[in-house]
Design a protein around this ligand. Structure first.
Ligand SMILES: [Zn+2]
Ligand SMILES: [Zn+2]
Length: 512
């Protein structure tokens, strides 16, 4: 009685059964047993005594489970995995659909309101011109009457009519300099129409062909600012409720304060015994800057969580200090682990992702608790930079760019550079990426792993990339810490370039 596979056992016992055909039914069919049969075997196809029946049942259980393991379990694990992924994707798509639907409602409301404002403004101007024309008609008519009375020689009547005209002229809507009721509405609406068409085409086009052709034909521009105080920069696009003066940002609108522009640049850095915190316009004109005591905590990294309007600053004492845009400290989380060489911290709507040693730690934005730790593979072990793009993390090593799905944790190579000089990568919208190399070239990549074009930053007016404007030294671009575009904005990204002369420049590149 040797363990056999289900099928071979079946065949063997069938053969045995045939051979033992003449054996009586009430006796155990195993050779050398002869006990009374207690039932039919499951594994052994024949009558068995009670003891052999129990052994047969054990064997049958054993071989059933090994059969299941070999033929069913693996497949079921894949089914379960697929179900998890499908459920996750279904959940995400359902919430995407709800968000998209809400945003369409908002777009329609905005367009409706804009339409009634613009058409109303034009109507008011039309009415005013109509009224002017009517009163001017009155004078024209009077002038014709005067002509008539003059022709008929009735100068007394002409004089009376002229007096009437003189009086009326005092209140008439005529001035020496006629002012043109200039209205730029139609150009503005035309621009809106054009933008809407372009953006709608991009939104409708899942393959990114519209965005791709936009990027292909785009003429990039760059703003450059020499600044040695800042190290980390962010595209700030949720500023409602915050006001600024030259030295302060506040949640209350005090005298001399004005609202932060809806899109601007936030920069932070270490400056002596202080943290330097500055807001710039998108043209890199300083709006507000201040120093606040660092209490001996050196900032090693930072993230701006736009939808929370909060800044997460990572200190060299392993603390994560959370403030609002005004710098009011909201929370401090201790014992945060990060990779000492490349302390990178990025976020999406739900989580913070902090590069650790050989892994990426995921912290809940709500609770700041560690929720997950994603292992880095051999390929991505030497991550230099990372950013969030959709539901993926984009990882840049010195020679390649990878996309790691946050739901499946699977990692695919997006781009292989010919150089060993990749410094950072930015999401420029719709899944398109900009990979920056330390010679100042920026590769634009599509979401389906194609190189669209390479932009050279130097001819864009990024002159600092040749000779430092501060010290005049010709330098080598040493590193770029790129904070990229946040998910909400598109087609622009920020770079901080460290120069070999120890000066730093902030660059904002607008692709289209
Ligand atoms: Zn037996
Ligand atoms: Zn310099």
């Amino acid at each position: 009685y040797e363990p056999k596979t289900m099928s071979s056992a079946k065949k063997a016992t069938s053969g045995k059964q045939q051979g033992d055909n003449k054996q009586q039914h009430d006796v155990c069919s195993l050779p050398n047993c002869g006990q009374d049969a207690a039932g039919q075997g499951s594994h052994w196809d024949g009558p068995l005594c009670a003891a052999h029946l129990k052994r047969d049942a054990d064997r049958f259980r054993e071989s059933y489970y090994s059969y299941r393991q070999a033929n069913i379990d693996g497949a079921m694990r894949r089914v379960a995995e697929q179900m998890d992924l499908t459920r996750g994707a279904l959940f995400e798509l359902t919430s995407d659909r709800a968000n998209a639907s809400d945003m369409f409602e908002e777009i329609l409301e905005i367009v409706q309101r804009c339409r009634s404002t613009v058409i109303g403004r034009l109507d008011a101007k039309i009415d005013s011109m109509d009224a002017s024309l009517k009163s001017l008609h009155f004078f024209e008519k009077l002038r014709a009457d005067i002509n008539g009375t003059e022709m008929s020689g009735d100068l007394v009547k002409s004089f009376q009519l002229s007096k009437k005209m003189q009086l009326a002229l005092e209140d008439a809507p005529i001035s020496d300099a006629w002012t043109d009721p200039v209205d730029s509405s139609v150009e503005l609406v035309q621009k809106l129409l054009q933008e809407t068409k372009t953006r709608a085409a991009i939104a409708e086009d899942a393959d990114g062909a519209a965005m791709r052709s936009l990027l292909e034909s785009a003429v990039p521009t760059a703003n450059v600012l020499l600044t040695n105080y800042i190290q980390f920069v962010f595209n700030c696009n949720r500023t409602d409720g915050f006001f600024y003066s030259a030295q302060l940002v506040s949640k209350t609108q005090q005298n001399g304060f004005q609202a932060l522009p809806s899109s601007c640049v936030l920069a932070v850095g270490n400056y002596g015994a202080n943290w330097h915190i500055a807001f710039y316009s998108n043209e890199l004109v300083v709006l507000s800057q201040r120093n606040q005591p660092s209490n001996n905590v050196v900032l090693v990294s930072a993230a701006l969580v736009n939808h929370q309007q909060q800044i997460y600053m990572l200190g060299n004492n392993n603390s994560l200090i959370v403030t609002d845009l005004a710098g009011t400290q909201l929370r401090t989380i201790d014992n945060v682990q990060f990779q000492a060489e490349m302390p990178i911290i990025v976020n999406d709507m739900e989580k913070l992702y902090i590069l650790g040693d050989g892994c990426i730690n995921c912290l809940s934005l709500d609770t700041c608790e560690l929720q997950d730790s994603m292992k880095l593979s051999k390929d991505t072990a030497n991550v230099r930079h990372m950013t969030v793009s959709g539901r993926s993390l984009i990882l840049a090593t010195q020679s390649a760019v990878y996309r790691m799905s946050l739901s499946t944790k699977r990692c695919v190579k997006v781009w292989q550079s010919n150089s060993q000089n990749v410094l950072c990568v930015a999401d420029i919208g719709s899944g398109f990426l900009a990979a920056c190399e330390n010679n100042g070239s920026v590769a634009l990549l599509s979401s389906n792993r194609q190189l669209i074009k390479v932009i050279d930053l130097v001819p864009l007016g990024v002159n600092y990339l040749k000779t430092c404007a501060n010290c005049g030294v010709s330098y080598v671009l040493q590193s770029i810490s790129c904070c990229g575009a946040s998910r909400e904005s598109s087609s622009s990204f920020l770079l901080i370039c460290s120069l070999s002369c120890n000066d730093r420049v902030l660059v904002r590149v607008s692709i289209c």
